[in-house]
Design a protein around this ligand. Structure first.
Ligand code: GTP
Ligand code: MG
Length: 446
């Protein structure tokens, strides 16, 4: 009988890995972690439990929510908001001994008297702001909403290479690229853009390199979000180090399966067993030791084990059955961005779904633009990027941040509008934070 990986099942059911593992354990089905496998029969049993779960009826809650009125309002405005005739409010006020006209401003005291009679609650200004911004968000959402078009197609896995500084992430990628890169086919020059595509046994795999230095913690955190599989590089002569642990935590919190590459096996002091031992302290138990974690000993220098590593990546990604809609409008994530002399803002993006074309209007983080040109990972000019392709795009107004998402929108005017709204919001947010900080300082000084 075939086996089912827990993280895959969790994904299908739309539940948390941990929640699923806990439920399995409650049912006495053995499951160590999200990488464990269970039988199809066991999967069916647990599926029923989750499918039978009563959906929470948010709509009903909504309808029970009372209308919020934010003072100051006039009698006329209140009547309009409550969708009633203003004379009924005036009559009520007269019965309370208050002579009021339609333009009369109602203070909080009077409003609270009316609230119980007309069944509304009194809000404050910040609530009104929130309502306004929710409204804006809804409009943006509407513009960005993009129903899948056309048929879905299998897509390449996105694999992030993570690990402690100097453990050999870039070297492993170089070793992979050297033997398997598309570069050799197309004869182009590899530009180092931190993202590359390779073909292994007819399967395309997209790799993202991440720097191991602590300063890049945030970038690694983002890396784990765009990724399908994480290769955790651990040097066999150095073992599990702080950024190794951090990478493990990122991958786990993003529910991304981990494949461990125990690197630098060519070194005489290499000690893979020590690495495996240290990994068990972080709940990664290698398969040879009865666990579910795939550990591949490799050397980026001698290239030993590189094929096995690619084999494992292909295996894990096949289990994920990754899909995308190439006919959709393009969307994805910014990997890095910089200002280049003579080229303007240049962003390396990963097109994760849909297709991106030269001439498309895009919204990218807080900035926008028309895609003027696109350059592939092997330095070739291209006009179309399908999922999953890393490309450099030219034509943005400003430099986005690594980790920002991008999205093709109907036209540049809309892109500009939404980008400006987003910028404005960010400014307000910053101001609010600064004010809070300065108040804290103020109290500290007292
Ligand atoms: P950061 O990006 O700075 O975090 O480092 P990295 O993890 O990308 O490591 P990088 O590939 O730059 O390698 C660091 C050093 O280890 C270099 O001097 C490499 O030559 C060396 N190195 C990488 N892999 C191997 C290996 O398999 N064997 C040996 N002997 N040395 C290696
Ligand atoms: Mg590196």
């Amino acid at each position: 009988m075939s086996k089912v990986r827990i993280y895959q099942l969790a994904k299908d059911l739309g539940v948390d890995n941990k929640e699923l593992v806990d439920t399995l354990n409650e049912l006495d089905i053995e499951a160590k972690n999200h990488m464990s496998t269970i039988t199809e029969e066991e999967a069916e049993t647990v599926k029923e439990l989750f499918v039978d779960k009563e959906p929470t009826d948010e709509k009903q809650e909504d309808s029970e929510q009372k209308l919020t009125v934010v003072p100051p309002v006039t009698v006329g405005e209140l009547a309009e908001k409550l969708e009633i005739d203003s004379t009924s409010i005036i009559t009520k006020l007269i019965s309370k001994g208050i002579m009021a006209s339609i333009n009369q401003n109602l203070n909080e005291q009077i409003l609270s008297d009316l609230a119980s009679e007309f069944d509304f609650v009194i809000g404050d200004e910040s609530q009104e702001d929130e309502e306004d911004s929710n409204e804006e968000e809804k409009i943006i959402e509407e513009i960005l909403k993009d129903e899948p078009k056309g048929d879905s197609a299998e897509r390449a896995p996105i694999v992030t290479v993570m690990g402690h500084v100097d453990h050999g992430k870039t070297s492993i990628l170089d070793a992979i690229r050297e033997t398997k890169s598309l570069e050799s086919e197309a004869g182009g020059i590899t530009q180092h853009i931190g993202a590359s595509r390779v073909v292994y046994n007819d399967n395309t795999i997209v790799f993202l390199d991440t720097p191991g230095h602590e300063a890049f913690t945030e970038m690694r955190a983002r890396g784990a979000h765009v990724t399908d599989i994480s290769i955790l590089v651990v040097a066999a002569d150095d073992g599990v180090m702080p950024q190794t642990v951090e990478a493990i935590n990122h991958a786990k919190s993003a529910d991304v399966p981990i494949i461990v590459a125990i690197n630098k096996m060519d070194k005489p002091e290499a000690n893979p067993d020590r690495v495996k031992q240290e990994l068990t302290e972080h709940n990664l138990v290698s398969e040879e030791w009865g666990g579910d974690t795939i550990c591949v000993p490799v050397s980026a220098i001698s290239k030993d084990g590189i094929d096995e590593l690619l084999e494992m990546v292909t295996l894990v990604s096949e289990m994920n059955e990754l899909q995308a809609y190439p006919e959709n409008t393009g969307k994805g994530t910014v990997i890095e961005a910089k200002l280049e002399k003579g080229r303007g803002p240049v962003a390396t993006v990963l097109v994760e779904d849909g297709s991106l074309n030269v001439g498309d209007a895009v919204l990218c983080g807080n900035t926008f633009g028309n895609v003027r040109a696109m350059v592939s990972d092997i330095g070739k000019r291209i006009n179309k990027a399908t999922p999953v392709t890393p490309v450099e795009i030219l034509g943005l107004e400003d430099i986005p941040n690594a980790g920002d998402t991008f999205q093709v929108v109907p036209d540049e005017k809309q892109a500009r509008q939404i980008a400006e709204q987003k910028k404005e919001k960010e400014r307000e947010e910053k101001l609010r934070k600064n004010q809070a900080v300065s108040l804290d300082n103020f109290f500290e000084q007292m």
